[in-house]
Design a protein around this ligand. Structure first.
Ligand code: FES
Ligand code: FES
Length: 160
């Protein structure tokens, strides 16, 4: 049965009518048109669908929309502020840390989540933090470079 649910996505409030067990990913993409969040495996294995839920990276294909109601959700579309890319987005762009880019929004969301809890991660921390995100194109060395550069940039005075 479809219930009315209140969602807060990228700072905007929405009322959606969906069965509570619908994956959050479907609602983000199909109802709200936020297609930056990708469907990869649909089984919690690839990380392509990663969003921030309450500030922490979560697989949106595995979260029932009812469990996300009333908690702040951030998707890749919500990172940019006032026309300026988030430092992690900019670092991925600068490092060319993608090829087909299907994994990229999930990688970025997991990296943002990692840097929130560990602003100065070692390469080993980054491997650990991104272990749930797969890249079939093998861009891992450039992803590593991007996350290290984003961490550095965030610590420069005047940058966030
Ligand atoms: S689509 Fe969610 S983890 Fe792969
Ligand atoms: S850039 Fe293609 S899957 Fe990662």
């Amino acid at each position: 049965m479809a219930n009315a649910l209140q969602l807060e996505v990228n700072g905007r409030h929405y009322t959606v009518k969906y069965p509570g067990d619908t994956p959050l990913l479907y609602v983000l993409r199909d109802e709200l048109g936020l297609t930056g969040t990708k469907y990869g495996c649909g089984e919690g294995q690839c990380g392509a669908c990663t969003v921030l839920l309450g500030g922490a990276p979560r697989r949106s294909c595995q979260i029932p929309v009812s469990a996300a109601a009333g908690r702040p959700i951030t998707t890749i579309e919500g990172l940019e502020q006032n026309g300026k890319l988030h430092p992690v987005q900019q670092a991925f762009l600068d490092a060319g840390a993608f090829q087909c880019a299907y994994c990229t929004s999930g990688m970025i969301m997991s990296s943002v989540g990692l840097l929130k809890t560990n602003p100065n991660p070692s390469p080993a921390d980054i491997v650990q933090g991104l272990q749930g995100n797969m890249c079939r194109c093998g861009t891992h060395p450039r992803i590593m470079e991007a996350v290290l550069n984003a961490a550095k940039a965030s610590q420069e005075p005047g940058r966030s």
